[in-house]
Design a protein around this ligand. Structure first.
Ligand code: DAK
Length: 260
């Protein structure tokens, strides 16, 4: 049996998934996309998992893109299937009812940036370079990059990144809102795990409501988004965690959320 290209470890409600192809700068081949799909499905199904952190093995790259060597040999039908597999994975991540944090530890290019953009939050190391260089290969983003860049950073930034294909540095990515935080490479893991621990201690049903409402709001008119938010807000009043959170505030103590 060959080893999975995705490593998984758990720590206090946080599942850390590591794409483990450092010799290929963690490029996404079919096997890796399939393994990620399995890993995210398992994380969703496991009630012990409250937060997922996604990263790449080695010091150089988060993910340097789709695997160009594998992609170059695809027929149009296979390319369509490859794109569908990738897009399904990105959608699964984006729709995961638990926060997913991308720990971007180096190059996030092409499919790698698209993967990071599908996560809910991104924290990047200084020195990271992010971009959509597909145009240089005679291609265009195929895992949702045009759409998620547009929604996150606006039309100008999406067109700049995709049309020119030139990578940007972490500081510019922060300025564009593509990443939420930039830290020194040596501090990346600690900073990410602190963020993840904070999310793991929060009320899971409240997080889920927020994730669902923000995602839905990006895809529908304001009136529908507001109605969705009200419905989900009301639903939280049926949760024990809402009772616990408000009681803890009034009793001046730290709440303990059980996810019910
Ligand atoms: N795929 C395959 N191998 C890769 C790779 C990639 N994306 N990126 C790097 N590698 C391999 C290199 O070939 C090299 O292998 P060896 O030569 O050692 O055998 C090894 O990883 C180390 O890389 P380098 O030697 O190149 O390392 P450097 O530090 O010199 O350069 C680099 C790092 C990131 C600047 C460079 O490796 C690079 O430019 N990599 C390619 C980046 C890129 O163009 N990424 C975008 C890929 S295209 C679609 C669906 C999805 C997509 C498209 C269509 N549909 C089917 C519709 C998505 C496309 C993409 O993501």
């Amino acid at each position: 049996m060959t080893a999975s290209p995705v490593l998984s470890r758990d720590a206090d409600g946080v599942r850390v998934l590591t794409i483990d192809r450092p010799e290929r700068l963690n490029a996404l081949d079919r096997q890796t996309l399939e393994a990620l799909d399995v890993a995210f499905t398992a994380a969703e199904d496991d009630p012990q998992v409250r937060v997922v952190v996604l990263t790449g093995a080695g010091p150089k790259a988060f993910v340097a893109g789709a695997d160009i060597a594998q992609m170059a040999a695809l027929t149009p039908i296979q390319a369509h299937e490859f794109s569908a597999l990738g897009q399904r994975l990105m959608r699964r991540i984006e729709r995961l009812p638990k926060p997913v944090v991308a720990m971007v530890n180096g190059y996030a290019l092409g499919g790698g940036l698209e993967l990071a953009l599908a996560c809910h939050l991104r924290i990047a190391a200084e020195g990271t370079r992010l971009g959509q260089p597909e145009v240089g290969l005679g291609l265009m983003p195929g895992f949702g990059g045009t759409q998620r860049l547009l929604r996150l950073a606006g039309r100008g930034a999406a067109l700049e990144l995709c049309l020119l294909g030139a990578p940007i540095d972490a500081a510019r990515a922060l300025q564009l809102g593509l990443v939420q935080r930039v830290v020194a490479a040596a501090d990346l893991e600690t900073a990410t795990m602190e963020l993840a621990a904070r999310l793991a201690a929060a009320a899971p049903l409240a997080l889920r409501g927020i994730l669902d409402a923000v995602l839905a709001g990006g895809e529908c008119p304001l009136e529908e988004g507001l109605a969705f938010e009200s419905a989900r807000f009301g639903l939280l009043f049926a949760s024990q965690d809402m009772r616990e959170g408000t009681a803890a505030f009034l009793e001046k103590r730290t709440p303990r959320f059980g996810g019910h």
